[in-house]
Design a protein around this ligand. Structure first.
Ligand code: NOJ
Length: 504
């Protein structure tokens, strides 16, 4: 089967509030993103995914949508969006939007109607019950049900009370949400990231969770068969459009077998996130086990893997791993694995989580640190239209910023760029097979091979140099620390060093 663009692409996640501000309100905006497209094209990513930009009361910073077919004023207008999309396409960058199918905002007109009376035509668009079961919501230890005084019934919300779950068992809801997809597909977007999409099908009996799961967040283990039918309906909408539109789902479950089920047989999600590395320690044995598991399970299911080290919900990997050399080595691995990598804006600048004082914490789940604004230059406002953005700057913005690192050919930013170029130029890295190599315990090694070329990637997870002999003659194409690029590989890896090797 022909290789599809989303298999070869590297996707760059933008958290719009924190990317680039042009109007001086301290919150990033669409025009800010548009003005940085040249940077992204220079870097060499293929697609961008924007976290939600739709009108929202921002109880969950945009994951509580009050109008799926508009743009929140803080980010700009639909015209701004059309300009951004056109300019992205002009540079060969694809654009994905964040579609939030499981829940709306409680301010969405659908919910306002639904809660207005028990016999409102939209009552059944959400999930109302006389009595709650024992399900627990995310971000709290409270029940996932809130009593609405007006009508004396409880509504379901897997997340905040301000995020009521839609009732996808009602075909009108599915139709309305398909129309939302069409609205953006008609405008020309290349696809979507679908928020907690494994939650949309619900067990109509709403059974209590078993005792052993009492008090656990439901989000991590909710699976109902009806979700798969719903996904087939969603896929049919995308397939009705030319241009190979794509959906990557946030199937927030553990276990590769459980996740690949959501790819169906090429008739559900194109891709699903796989958060294994996001939660893995910096440990070669753990990484090796994950890579082997994912490769085997996904291959058997004919599903294409994805890889993520950081996003807007978890501490950044530079913070988790604790050093720049490790962050560099991780970049080498991430961009050479078999599967579609997702970068989180700022990781190419070695950004760490911002240190957010208690009085400035805004997020209901305390995820502010990884959402610190991206610094663009060394000036006091770091390329933003104000020196005081909505969250504090991440550490060392005067050094870790795009302009400064772009001027330094030895920087991590240039490493990302070299890796992205190497990937673009190599069939093996983009879509070749992957074979794990027999390596010393502290070293991760794998081969990528296509009919046209072969690469070997070795990563030393240790804080001491490691020896690793390889049969045949190899030379260093990319080194995480830049050392020895273009020279013969001598069988030794420096501390926390990773290499992409080329035969010959
Ligand atoms: C997952 C998103 O990544 C997260 O930011 C959000 O809070 C929840 N889904 C709820 O929409």
């Amino acid at each position: 089967m022909a290789v599809r663009w989303w298999q070869e692409a590297v996707v760059y996640q933008i958290y719009p509030r924190s990317f680039a501000d042009t109007d001086g309100d301290g919150v990033g905006d669409l025009d800010g993103i548009r003005r940085r497209l040249d940077y992204l094209a220079w870097l060499g990513v293929d697609a961008i995914w924007l976290s939600p930009i739709f009108p929202s009361p921002m109880a969950d910073y945009g994951y509580d949508v009050s109008d799926y077919c508009g743009i929140d004023g803080v980010f700009g207008t639909l015209d701004d969006f059309d300009r951004l999309l056109a300019d992205a396409h002009e540079r060969g960058l694809r654009l994905l939007l964040d579609w939030v199918p499981n829940h709306t905002s409680d301010q969405h007109p659908w919910f306002v109607e639904s809660r207005s009376s028990r016999d409102n035509p939209k009552r059944d668009w959400y999930i109302w019950r006389d009595r709650p079961n024992n399900w627990v919501a995310a971000f709290s230890d409270d029940l996932a049900w809130t009593l609405d005084d007006n009508t004396g019934e409880y509504y379901l919300h897997h997340f905040l009370p301000q995020q009521p779950d839609l009732n996808w068992a009602n075909p009108q809801v599915a139709d309305a949400m398909h129309d939302v997809l069409r609205f953006w597909l008609d405008r020309g977007v290349d696809g979507f990231r679908a928020d907690v999409v494994h939650l949309i099908g619900k067990d109509p009996a709403f059974p209590d969770d078993p005792v052993e799961r009492l008090g656990q967040k439901r989000v991590g283990f909710h699976e109902h068969a009806s979700t798969h039918d719903l996904l087939r309906g969603i896929r049919a909408v995308l397939d009705g459009y030319p241009g190979d539109r794509m959906m990557v789902g946030e199937v927030n479950l553990t276990g590769a077998e459980r996740i690949v089920a959501y790819y169906g047989h090429g008739d559900q999600l194109h891709l699903s996130f796989n958060f294994d590395l996001l939660f893995a320690p910096w440990d070669a044995k753990v990484w090796k086990a994950i890579l082997e598991d994912i490769d085997a399970v996904y291959r058997a299911a004919d599903a294409w893997p994805t890889w993520v080290l950081s996003n807007h919900d978890q501490p950044r990997h530079r913070t988790r791993y604790g050093s720049e050399p490790r962050a560099r080595a991780a970049a080498v691995a991430l961009l050479t694995l078999r599967g579609t990598p997702f970068l989180y804006a700022g990781e190419e600048l070695e950004l760490e989580d911002g240190v957010v004082p208690v009085e400035r914490v805004l997020d209901p789940d305390g995820r502010d640190g990884c959402r610190a604004p991206v610094p663009w230059d060394s000036s006091p406002s770091h390329g933003w239209a104000t020196p005081d953005p909505w969250l504090p700057w991440p550490p060392e913005p005067e050094r870790r910023n795009a302009q400064r690192l772009r001027d330094d050919a030895s920087s991590i930013l240039h490493l990302y760029r070299r890796l992205l170029r190497a990937r673009r130029a190599s069939d093996a890295l983009r879509h070749g097979g992957m074979r794990m190599l027999d390596t010393p315990e502290q070293v991760l090694g794998f081969e990528r091979k296509s009919s046209r070329d072969t690469r070997v990637v070795v990563v030393n997870f240790d804080d001491a140099p490691a020896d690793f002999a390889l049969e045949g003659a190899w030379h260093v194409q990319v080194a995480s620390d830049g050392a020895g690029e273009g020279e013969a590989f001598e069988g030794r890896l420096a501390v926390s060093q990773a290499l992409v090797l080329r035969q010959g």
